[in-house]
Structure formats: C-alpha cells, structure tokens
Design a protein around this ligand. Structure first.
Ligand code: 13P
Length: 253
C-alpha cells in the first residue's frame, strides 16, 4: 500500500513572517495526522528557519529546485548538500514553471535527479503536457519522453525513492482541474510505463502525485483513483485551512 503524500509548493509566495504564521497554523491543525506524508516547499530563503519550526512535527520540508553540481561558480544557484544541511528531505525537480520560464530541460532534470538521490534527497519529478500538446493528442508521447529522458540511467533500485508528479500545465493555477478520470488515465499510463521499463513490482511501489488546481472540494475524487497517490498543491497550499482540509481528505479508502 503506497502512503499518500501531499506537498505544498509555495512557489514565490510568502515572506518569512507570513510563512511562519502559516507553518504555525498547519502544525496546530495537522499534528494528529499519521498516515499521510505532509511536505512543505517554501522559498529557499525560508528553508533553514522553517526546518527548525518543523522539528519533531509530522511535517517534512522540501525545496522547489536545485542545481546538479555539489558546489561551484554558479551564481544564484543552490546545491543538494546545501538543501540537505538546511533540513530538506524532498526537492521538486522539473516543475513546469522551471521548464517554461527558466530553460529546464529533460536533460537538466536527469542530472538534478541523480544529484538529489546522491545527496539523500527524495526527488519529486514533475512532468505533464500543455494545452496544445493535449489538443494535438500527443500527451502520452510527451509523458513517455519526459520519463525516458528524465529517468535515464537511474538504477532500478532507486526508483522507489523517486516521486513522480503529474501536473498538466493547462490545469496549473487555472482553476481548471483535470477530471479525476483524466488524471487517472495519465497516472495509469505512467505506472504502466514504469512497469514496462523497470518492473511491475517497482511500478507498484512508486508514488505518483497529481498537481493542478487541487482544492479541498476536488481532492476526494482524485485520491479515490487507483493510481493517484497524493497531490502537489500550489495556490491552495498558501492557506492553512485549505491545505489542512486537502491533507485530511487524502486518506486512501
Ligand atoms: P495550483 O495548485 O496553484 O494549480 O499549482 C499547482 C502546482 O504547480 C504545484 O506545483
């Protein structure tokens, strides 16, 4: 049985003060949740501070991106060892906003993924098609290409340490959630792909999250789907009541 995982991607929102207030509320509202992994991904500048706040709580910390080198002359970048010592357990890799605005490619995703694993971070690898690609009917081709190039040369025994996040770009921040059936169809495709390219046992162990306009009123339908193991939440993770409600609705039946 795969443990559900709900992650909040704060993107470039919340000052440290605002983030502190949100974390305090979430700690109070979610302290008794045991069977769901809860992850917060605040901006880099907040990580170490929030790591201290989350110590001995049931909420885990993640970053929104990383560089693949351990260190070097890469002004403005943050490495895996830096995230690790700031208290991160997770890191988002290849978010569509990184792909769209900052030149992230499947090749850089692959290098970051290897570095995350080497540094003991759990990568959440984001994939998904945009509206044009969906309308052209090439969603599955695109997904399989993102998986093939993104996961290239990753040893099979590392697969279960990786989380895949399916985020259709057209559903992000748009209020247009994929229907549970649309999401399940792609999640099933991803699990079948993993099964074909690794093994069915490994595919069964790998967690696949859905992301894109997840809200308290649509999470139950999504999580009820066989191959949906959690959610990567943007906008609704910025509000304590919404995020807590999403976490509480995420128990697998
Ligand atoms: P929204 O939940 O705001 O659509 O964002 C989804 C997302 O991009 C999470 O990474």
């Amino acid at each position: 049985m795969r443990k559900p995982i709900i992650a909040g991607n704060w993107k470039m929102y919340k000052t440290l003060e605002e983030g502190e207030e949100l974390v305090n509320l979430l700690k109070r509202q979610l302290y008794d949740v045991e069977d769901i992994d809860i992850v917060l991904c605040p901006p880099f500048t907040h990580l170490a501070y929030i790591a201290d706040m989350l110590e001995s709580s049931n909420i885990l910390l993640g970053a929104q991106d990383m560089h693949w080198e351990e260190e070097g002359a890469y002004t403005g970048e943050i490495s895996g060892p830096m995230l690790k010592c700031a208290g991160c357990k997770f890191v988002l890799i290849g978010h569509s906003e990184r792909r769209q605005f900052f030149g992230e490619t499947n090749e850089s995703v692959n290098k970051k993924l290897a570095s995350a694993l080497n540094n003991g971070l759990t990568p959440i690898v984001c994939i998904g098609e945009d509206l044009k690609q969906r309308e052209k009917g090439i969603t599955f081709d695109l997904i399989s290409q993102q998986l093939e190039l993104g996961l290239k040369a990753i040893a099979p025994e590392r697969l279960k340490e990786i989380i895949i996040a399916y985020e259709p770009v057209w559903a992000i921040g748009s209020g247009k959630v994929a229907t549970s059936e649309q999401a399940q169809e792609v999640h099933r495709y991803i699990r079948d792909w993993l099964s074909k390219n690794y093994s069915s046992a490994l595919a069964q162990e790998t967690r696949i999250q859905y992301g894109g306009s997840v809200k308290p009123d649509n999470i139950a339908g999504l999580i009820a789907q066989e191959d949906i193991d959690g959610a990567l939440v943007g906008g609704a993770s910025l509000d304590a009541d919404s995020f807590s409600a999403i976490v509480r609705e995420s128990k697998k039946g």
